[in-house]
Write a protein that binds this ligand. Structure first.
Ligand code: UDX
Length: 432
């Protein structure tokens, strides 16, 4: 059992802190947002993430997990300090590290004996070195400490499961003491632990996310060729993916990747490379393909409807992917805005993301079901592949729609079946 404090109760911090407490550690989750901490004390989750609420409730009751705004106390009471504060993108794509710097100072001011400071936020390579220098400068007396990098690979929607069953755990350290402490923390997970230097651990995170985004852009580019040649992108991806050297995941063509990680992390990696004097053209192409994939999807809707002006369009799925209410950098935002700009009115439905989206896109009519959204609409557009959309009563949908047009950005239906049912069905990377 270790005494751990996790600074920053956002997505990563909250999942990390609660899961670490579930492994038997005593965890203090800190955030400077008083409302968020008050809500968490009342066991109200600020995000929707399957399994999270149960873990928080269980460990809070057991007294292993507490929430506070008192960073000073948390640092004094913990041996291991995780930094999981936000590193949002600046206008030029670089990560804003001011919160990491502020927290490093605060930690230094409040340390009274050895501490291991673990960076889990997504940060540019060499941030660990900066954290170390900052702490050294701010320490009031000569206290030993270590800095480590322990990147997270949690996917939204399955973050708890990803934490508990990781493919690997990456630990970037400078001393054996730091490595041993982190190995002890993660021992209950029984997973492969890779120990590296700090810079390599930081780079693993950039490399992994950028490579996954590259796979998505590759298959999206492939979808264009499939449409032009009559091939089926899902079949091509299946055939490619069965080669173990390629792998079948992250080869699902769609409307382009979104979320708070891929767009931001790819942009940050391009910037990091630029600063280091390397033009990472491959990743720039990944970004460009992602942008055009969204534009192509909007064109598909326009083609299917002929004219957008005055049309009512039902949109199913707003979150950037299923099983999350996260709408940050969700493709749905750009797509809906483009349709509204062209004069369409939008009926939307999403199982979890409507609350958040209503603050970003107030002029949309938010519906209580897919059927309500489809009622009287001139077309149905699928942007996020929530499971419940795969189970829709399509005969009912056809009856409710003004025109039986479905534009599917996630290929959730079989085109032949849809056409037999009388739909004009347009999807990604297949013959229309
Ligand atoms: C990602 C990484 O997977 C995770 O390891 C890291 O810690 C955080 O960033 P996340 O952003 O939660 O996780 O979502 P992910 O499941 O990776 O999907 C990212 C985007 O790519 C989504 O918009 C998704 O719809 C899209 N995607 C993914 C595809 O379009 N096709 C695919 O085959 C896979």
């Amino acid at each position: 059992m270790k005494r751990i404090c996790v600074i920053g109760s956002g997505y990563v911090g909250l999942v990390t802190g609660s899961c670490l407490s579930d492994l038997g550690n005593e965890v203090i989750c800190v955030d400077n947002d008083k409302d968020k901490i008050a809500a968490l004390k009342d066991l109200k989750m600020p995000i929707y993430e399957p399994g999270l609420e149960d873990i928080v409730k269980r460990n809070t009751k057991a007294g292993r997990l507490v929430f506070t705004t008192d960073l000073k106390r948390a640092v004094k009471d913990s041996e291991i300090i995780y930094i999981t504060v936000g590193t949002p993108p600046k206008a030029n794509g670089e990560a804003d590290l001011s919160c990491v710097e502020d927290v490093s100072r605060e930690v230094a001011f409040n340390m009274d004996s050895y501490r291991l400071i673990v960076d889990k936020s997504t940060v540019p390579v060499q941030t660990g070195q900066r954290v170390k220098e900052t702490i050294s400068r701010c320490l009031k007396k000569d206290i030993e400490f270590d800095v480590a990098s322990n990147p997270e690979f949690l996917r939204e929607g399955s973050a708890v499961d990803d934490f508990m069953h990781p493919d690997r755990i990456v630990i970037g350290v400078e001393t054996e003491r730091a490595a041993d402490l982190l190995k002890e923390v993660y021992m209950p997970l029984n997973s492969t632990i890779i120990v590296t230097d700090i810079q390599s651990a930081e780079l693993i995170k950039h490399a992994a996310n950028s490579f996954l985004a590259t796979k998505v852009s590759f298959v999206n580019a492939l979808s264009v060729i499939c449409e032009k040649t009559g091939a089926d992108v899902d079949k091509v991806a299946e055939g490619m993916g069965m080669d173990k050297r390629i792998g079948s995941t992250f080869l699902k063509a769609g409307v382009g990747f979104g979320g708070f990680c891929f767009p931001k992390d790819v942009a940050a990696f391009v910037k990091i490379a630029e600063k280091l004097g390397y033009d990472f053209k491959l990743l720039k192409a990944v970004q460009e393909i992602n942008k055009t994939q969204k534009e192509r999807f909007i064109k598909k809707i326009e083609n299917a409807l002929w004219n957008i002006k005055g049309k009512k369009i039902a949109v199913l799925g707003l979150s950037f992917k299923p099983n999350t209410d996260d709408i940050r950098f969700a493709p749905s935002i750009d797509i809906i805005q483009a349709l509204q700009k062209d004069g369409a009115t939008i009926n939307a439905y999403d199982p979890y993301a409507m609350d958040k989206m209503s603050k970003v896109l107030p002029k949309v009519k938010y519906c209580s079901s897919s059927y309500e959204a489809a009622d009287g609409a001139d077309a149905l557009v699928i942007i996020t592949e929530w499971s419940e959309f795969k189970e829709l009563d399509l005969a009912k949908i056809k009856e409710l729609l003004n025109d039986p047009i479905i534009v599917d950005g996630r290929n959730i239906y079989d085109p032949d079946v849809m056409r037999k049912q009388g739909f004009k069905y347009v999807c990604i990377g297949k013959k229309s």
